[in-house]
Design a protein around this ligand. Structure first.
Ligand code: BF8
Ligand code: SF4
Length: 662
């Protein structure tokens, strides 16, 4: 237990300090950044101010794939030089891009494979702590990939489903199981381009092998394998993670949740779970409700045990159980500065190493729990799905002892925002069509008649290179104002909840058409779909829109667009590439790791669309980004011949308003 003097002994190593109001619009995070500085503690925003992004790396104009290099090209004159092996700028950039896709896809697939392993153990009776919670979902997923369901027991269906879904990862030849869910014309395009994923292990391996020195040296061919590896994420590992998560822990449906640092309670033992796999979170949920541990907390003087989530597993549990959420990626260190966090347990991905130092300064127990993710300075208690409570009970016990011996002043920003979340594909079906004729038809109809102009997925990270949450919020405001319905996942969703836009009342910020639909249905104009793996729900929603009809034959025909305005992770690049390969126009903010006016740039930003896929776009400016997305949506409406309908609807609305005013 560090003494109170620990805070004073720590000094800020940084020189440059930026005004908290310039680096975030999250009031709680800004206050904690100020407090951290007073306490002499450094967090990510200060590190970012003192670590200039490498300009050559930012353009991806360097290669260190062999020891004849590293080779650096000049992005101002990209074609003036080549690497020692002769690799040109397009080869170097596409190989670097490919390795980001490979890593991102590997992350989601590794996560999905763990989920599938838990499912197998549940089905085989090797795990008692989890069970199949949603048999409807089990049947629905099985049916969607051609498994016989009628008259069979859940165990038989689940056994077949396990064996079939395992192919997502291990299959050597053939198409991954969820390729069966892809709209026919989209799948045809993939087949023509030879980018239908086989198994994720094979795709990631091949992409890594092809980017070795002296292997694939044509940016177009490298891009093809990027698409295949990325699709093995979206329609593969991520989709399995989502579907198995629903089967084991329940399919989300609309739930009112509390978000922001005010969800911490000074008089309770506060435990945060931060990471990506819902298994750890689900067991922690069981541990904090264990009567003996609740009693122990009360004996220590606490009013209870308060379990709170952060980042993606937090989003999953928020959508399924309504567990409060303390904040997104750039708030994970800041939340420790409150001094109120007794324990933080992390699993995999997006866990900043900086947490260890901050946790030490405030006497918070930081636990790593996954064999894939240890952090120097954190305590490691390994989490085993076959015996999960041993780990999570231990975390709770340590948290209670920290509560009893708290010696750090506590300052919790008393800010709590409410939102409605848990919009799974299944719930939307129900919400729009009712329980007897659950359907997406009302969505398609409202797009066709022009009330809803189109649909946008706004997703992904926050990044200290831009003002936290600001780009997300401004972009989404612009979109809904222009009648674009917004679907969300990942850290973005927390930004919008803090801005108050995930409530039905936020319909007043929507344009007249979208606003009317929201009011009729009683839904927010911004629908939270969950964690980053739940981007697969957006793919399913898009496929359903194609299946219902009236909006074209492939995902590329739909009036839809995607954006990750504050992205930072390699997973985001993999997601971007699978959205593009699925047919979405996808705009990224912050920076794009490619030199403009090169052949590879033109390929990603223009030529992929001519092949029948989507394409990439880039702008750091939220208003420009919104313009680009809306222009794309309008282009698709025109191609579908539904552009006039929208003009008529808007005219009618104007008339009605004029009458009302009179
Ligand atoms: O997978 S949005 S910062 S937490 S990478 Fe990470 Fe980005 Fe957040 Fe979840 Ni997704
Ligand atoms: Fe340089 Fe070619 Fe080696 Fe890359 S692979 S470091 S470009 S020599």
């Amino acid at each position: 237990m560090p003494k109170e003097t620990t805070l004073k002994e720590t000094t800020i190593a940084t020189k440059k300090v930026r005004n908290p109001k310039e680096v975030t619009i999250c009031e709680s995070t800004a206050r904690m950044l100020e407090k951290a500085r007073r306490d002499g503690v450094e967090i990510g925003f200060d590190r970012a101010a003192n670590m200039r992004a490498c300009p050559i790396g930012a353009d991806s104009a360097c290669c260190k794939h062999c020891a004849m290099g590293p080779c650096r090209l000049n992005s101002k004159y990209p074609y003036k030089q080549v690497g020692v092996c002769g690799a040109n700028i397009d080869t170097i950039m596409s190989r670097n891009f490919a390795r980001m896709v490979a890593t991102g896809s590997a992350c989601h697939n590794d996560h999905g494979m763990t989920m599938l392993g838990v499912f197998r153990d549940v089905v085989n009776g090797n795990i008692d702590d989890y069970e199949i919670k949603d048999t409807n979902k089990l049947e629905q997923v099985a049916r969607s990939i051609g498994i016989e369901v009628d008259g069979r027991s859940p165990k038989d269906i689940a056994t077949d489903l396990y064996h079939e879904l395992e192919k997502t990862y291990t299959q050597v030849e053939g198409e991954i199981p969820f390729a069966k869910r892809v709209p026919e014309k989209t799948l045809e395009t993939w087949r023509k381009l030879d980018i239908v994923p086989r198994g994720a292990m094979r795709e990631v391996m091949e992409l890594m092998s092809r980017t070795h020195m002296g292997c694939d040296q044509h940016y177009e061919n490298i891009t093809k394998q990027c698409s295949r590896t990325a699709l093995a994420d979206g329609w593969g590992g991520s989709m399995v993670a989502t579907e198995i998560g629903d089967i084991l822990f329940g399919t989300p449906s609309a739930v009112s949740v509390e978000v922001n640092m005010g969800v911490l309670k000074e008089d309770q033992v506060n435990i945060i779970v931060h990471g990506h796999e819902p298994n750890l979170f689900d067991s922690m949920f069981a541990s904090v409700n264990e009567p003996t541990l609740v009693e122990a907390a009360e004996r220590a003087g606490a009013k209870g045990i308060n379990l709170v989530g952060m980042c993606c597993s937090g989003l999953e549990m928020m959508s399924r159980y309504g567990v409060p959420h303390a904040g997104n990626f750039m708030s994970t260190e800041a939340v420790l500065v409150t001094g109120a966090v007794d324990a933080m347990a992390v699993d995999i991905q997006c866990i900043k190493q900086g947490l260890a130092k901050v946790a030490e300064c405030y006497g918070t127990h930081l636990f790593t729990t996954n064999p894939r993710c240890h952090i120097e300075g954190a305590q490691h208690i390994e989490f085993h799905e076959r015996d999960p409570k041993t780990c999570t009970d231990e975390v709770v016990i340590k948290a209670i002892s920290r509560f009893k011996n708290r010696n750090t002043p506590i300052e919790i920003p008393k800010i709590v925002n409410k939102g409605i979340h848990g919009f799974s594909h299944e719930y939307i079906n129900y919400m729009l069509g009712g329980s007897f004729r659950a359907s997406y038809s009302p969505l398609n109809d409202n797009i066709i008649n022009g009330r809803i102009r189109g649909v946008a997925g706004v997703v992904g990270c926050v990044n200290p290179r831009v003002k936290q949450d600001w780009v997300h919020v401004e972009l989404v405001k612009e979109l809904i104002k222009n009648d674009v319905l917004v679907l969300q996942t990942g850290c973005s969703q927390i930004a919008l909840t803090k801005a108050g836009l995930t409530t039905p009342e936020a319909a007043i910020y929507a344009g007249p058409g979208l606003g009317e639909v929201c009011e009729t249905v009683g839904m927010p104009p911004v629908l939270g779909f969950g964690a980053c793996v739940d981007n697969s729900r957006i793919l399913i929603a898009a496929s359903e829109m194609v299946r219902i009809g009236g909006l074209g034959d492939s995902i590329a025909d739909l009036p839809v667009a995607g954006a990750a305005p504050e992205w930072m992770s390699e997973k985001a690049i993999a997601i971007g590439q699978y959205f593009v390969a699925s047919g979405f126009f996808t705009v990224f903010g912050v920076t794009f790791p490619i030199v403009e006016e090169t052949k590879f740039h033109k390929h990603l930003f223009e030529e992929l669309e001519h092949q029948g896929l989507g394409k990439w776009g880039f702008s750091p400016d939220p208003y420009e980004m919104a313009k680009m997305m809306i222009a794309h949506i309008d282009k698709k409406r025109k191609a579908l011949g539904i552009d006039k309908a929208r003009e008529r609807v808007l005219m009618d609305m104007a008339d009605r308003r004029a009458v009302d005013a009179a």
